[in-house]
Design a binder for this molecule. Structure first.
Ligand SMILES: C[S@@+](CC[C@H](N)C(=O)[O-])C[C@H]1O[C@@H](n2cnc3c(N)ncnc32)[C@H](O)[C@@H]1O
Length: 204
């Protein structure tokens, strides 16, 4: 009986914490980076490659690279003539990704620290942009998508990856709505609704 009460109390605490997290978006602290270093089922690097369709020499923006789960692969895909700008609110995440890139001999990354609600890049600048399990951590998600739409070129892609179970999960429907409000068109989605990449396109 006592065990059941304890189990119920623990479940209640976990649910309350998850609800609080959803209502109070905040960055995953660098000290808890083990979460982002774990395997990402469904939102795999292969699927990201398929939906982002990176080309040699592309200029790409990643918001919220964390410790570089996707970053190093994307930097490889665009080759030495491409540039991958990584943009994060936490300097430690940028330093961590840059250190890993340098250990792999990658020289085409540019780190910038800042808040995804206000990107320090010109209009129509990037061939494409992506963010994975990051949108829900940004307090004003509509503003973040609007900024991303501003900085990609006409015809460019914005790829948003989300995995259910993340306390800051953003549903595919909400992604489509944020995109539409920013003038982006949902072109496709790869993966099931609970773990997928949404491809939004800026009209040419
Ligand atoms: C859950 S991690 C995801 C890391 C990586 N994309 C992955 O899937 O493994 C979210 C990342 O977004 C960053 N972030 C959170 N809020 C941000 C904001 N307002 N502006 C820019 N980056 C932010 C965090 O610092 C962290 O690096």
């Amino acid at each position: 009986m006592r065990l059941r009460t304890l189990a119920l109390a623990a479940t209640g605490i976990v649910l309350a914490a998850a609800l609080w997290w959803r209502k109070n978006p905040s960055a995953c602290p660098y000290g808890q980076r083990f979460w982002v270093e774990a395997p990402h089922p469904l939102i795999t690097r292969d699927r990201l490659k398929e939906v982002l369709n990176p080309g040699a020499g592309d200029r790409i923006l990643e918001v919220g690279p964390g410790t570089g789960y996707y970053t190093l692969d994307v930097a490889e895909w665009i080759g030495p003539d491409g540039t991958l700008d990584i943009f994060d609110i936490q300097q430690e995440m940028l330093d961590h990704s840059m250190q890993r890139a340098s250990e792999q001999g990658l020289t085409n990354l540019r780190p910038t620290r800042g808040d995804g609600r206000d990107l320090p890049f010109p209009d129509d600048f990037f061939d494409s942009a992506f963010l994975v399990t990051t949108l829900g951590e940004i307090p004003d998600q509509a503003a973040a998508v609007s900024e991303l739409a501003r900085v990609i070129k006409p015809g460019g892609r914005l790829v948003v990856g989300e995995l259910m179970g993340d306390p800051h999960w953003v549903s595919p429907g909400a992604i489509q709505e944020y995109g539409a409000a920013a003038g982006l068109v949902l072109e496709s989605r790869i993966g099931p609704w609970f773990g997928s990449f949404s491809l939004l396109r800026k009209p040419s």
